[in-house]
Structure formats: C-alpha cells, structure tokens
Design a protein around this ligand. Sequence first.
Ligand code: NIG
Ligand code: FE
Length: 410
Amino acid sequence: MRTSPYETIWYNASLATMTPGGAPYGTIRDGAIAARDGRIAWVGARAELPDAPERLAERAIDAGGGWITPGLVDPHTHLVFGGDRVADFERRVAGESYVAAAAGGSGILHTVSMTRTADEATLLRDALRRVRTMIAHGTTTLEIKSGYGLDVETEMRLLRVARRIGSELGISVRTTYLGAHVVPPEYAQRRDEYLALICDVVLPRVAAEGLADAVDVFCDAIAFSPAETARVLEAAQRLGLAVKVHADQIADTGAAAVAARFHALSADHLERTGDEGVRLLAEAGTVAVLLPGAYHYLRETVKPPVDALRAHGVPIALATDCNPGTSPVLTLPTAMNLGCVLFGLSPEEALAAVTRNAARALGLNDRGELRAGARCDLALWNAASPAELSYWLGGSPCAGTVIAGRPLSS
Ligand code: NIG
Ligand code: FE
C-alpha cells in the first residue's frame, strides 16, 4: 500500500521548465519536482511544498544545487547503419565535395552497401553504443530513421533495430521510414519503379507491422524531386502516418513548400529555403529542424534563414542528425553549441530547440516542458546556468537523466 503521495522528489535545484511566456527558461529557483506513475505530479518552488521532501515521497533526491531541464529530445537521427564513412571524411577534408562523393557512388550509397551486409545483432550493438553516449549527455527521447537499406528486408531490419533500442534502454524512440533517401543502384534507371516499391510494397508493410511512426523524404537536388516527394507523402498519409521532409539542404527545389502542403511535422535542414518557403511553413505549423552538425561537417557557407524563421514565428528545433556521412555528432549539447555559434541562436533558443520545439517536431505533446501532467523525463546538470549547456564543446555537464520518473545514471 502506498503511503507517500509521490514516488520520487528531486529538490535543491534550479528548474529550467521551458514553459513559455514567463521568466527566461521558465526558471524556478530552488525548485522541486515530484513524480508519480512516470509523470510529473507537482513542480514548483521548494518552499511551496506542503511538507519536507522525504515525508512526501518514497525517495527524495538532493540534486546538488545544479539545474534540472526537461529530458532532451533529438528529433532527427540516422544512427543505425553499417560500417563508417571515415574515408569520405578524409577525402572531404582534402577538398572533395559531398555532391561529387554522391555522384562517384561513395556517400550514402557506400553506407547502403555496408548496411545491407550487416546483421541485426551487429547493427543493434553498434547503435546501442551511440545511444548510450546520447543518454549520458541528456537525451531521453530520440527519432531514428531507416534509409540505409532501401531494399524491403534491410529497411525493415533497420526499423526493427530502432524499436529494439527503445525497449533495451527504456528510452522513447520514434521511428521514421526513409526509403526515399536516394534511389538504390539496382533501380538507377528505374526511378519510377523504385517509388512504386516504396508506395505500394514497403509502406503498407511497415504500417501493418507498426514499425514506423512517420515517413520522411530527402527532397533535394541529389535525391527526389518535389513531385516524387509528394507521391510518397500522399501514400504515407493514406496509411495514417505522419510525414516530414529533408528540405532544401543542397538546393532550393521548393521542398519546404511541399512539406507545408502536407502539413509535415517538420522540415529539416532548410539551408537554402527562401522567404516564401518560410512563410508557408509558418502557415502550416511545421517545425523547422536545423542541423548544424551537417552544416559544420560539409563546410557549408549558406546558413538556414534563422531571422526569417523567427520573424514568421516558425518554431525552431535542433537535432544531432547523427549519421556516418555528414554529421557524426552524438550529443545534443554539441548540436546546441553549433546552433549558437554557427547559426546565431541564443542559448535559450537552443534549449527550447532540443526540448519544447523538438517534442513538437515529433508530434509529442506530453514532454519538452516541466509541467504537471507531462512525462517525468528529466536531465540533471552540474551547471551554474542553463546557458552552460550550450557553452561546452566536446563534453557536457550532464549529471544524469530520468526517464518516465526512473533515474538512469550516466
Ligand atoms: O541528413 N541529407 C540526407 N541525409 C543525411 C546524410 C546521410 C549521409 O550522407 O549518409 C543528412 O545529412
Ligand atoms: Fe538527415
């Protein structure tokens, strides 16, 4: 029989609740958070607790005077893959372009061939290692895309591995089918047949087996056109799946407008999106997911239209884009730092971008803020201010994470 009203209370911490409209970061000084049944049951100033923490909860945890934020949400990763792209990296730092690598059959297609020959156990083992690092730096929810298999069986294998990561580590994983990443070599002269395979064969199977929460298309100069993208998004929506788009990274092909037309959850990259694209995203309520890791690794010089996104009120999220080719970035504090330094986000915008706005980019309205009723996903930080999360590079002051009220040590 339960005698305490709460299972756990964290106290002796400042809270960055990220609830908009009040103090910067939604700050509550000397705060406390109480959890019950995996949810936040109470949050506020410690002085307003009706009794001492240890009398109110089965377990009272002294957070050591640091900061507590919502658990971080990574809304865009490709972290299940075979092999690596270190040779691509060596060529690129010597001057080769990403587009030249793609045309020469390395790039994404190299990872496709390495992934097709990797078994499920190997893919899982390597991906778990990456995700453990992410969790140690504050991530409690993440999205994982397929897209390095392209054939039916390998795509299904990648999505199964992604689901298993969630169950093995107790972390929330949202899966996305990205069969429309590039056209695989066996369909090189038959793009239309590949699109038919995606729409008529793979998508229905993925939906029937519950393997994907959403569908993504790489709509860009080296991948799929807006018309091809629309065909895949239509098929996805007919099956009741949410959609998102890799948009305007290499060229402005009108991808943001397609994302908006389908009311995509998010449009991601956006380096070359023009003002009209931004206006359409705002109208559609689509979140802009910016990926500064890819910008950094590709030595991009064209930045996403941050001022226009702000001016039109498009919510900005950040993600690691963890992938072997363009963004071998593992931690969200790294993406926050790059988002501030390279794109000019403020540290407060960067934290909103990996909490409230990232949750929205995944269609999750039960997390991303510290408020009663939300999932009790927390990140604890040995930091003097929440801006410090964006300050360090190559490490972070994360002191632990909590998933659905359950502390994980880091
Ligand atoms: O998000 N843009 C397309 N997809 C990945 C890159 C994948 C790769 O190069 O392996 C991205 O950057
Ligand atoms: Fe990506």
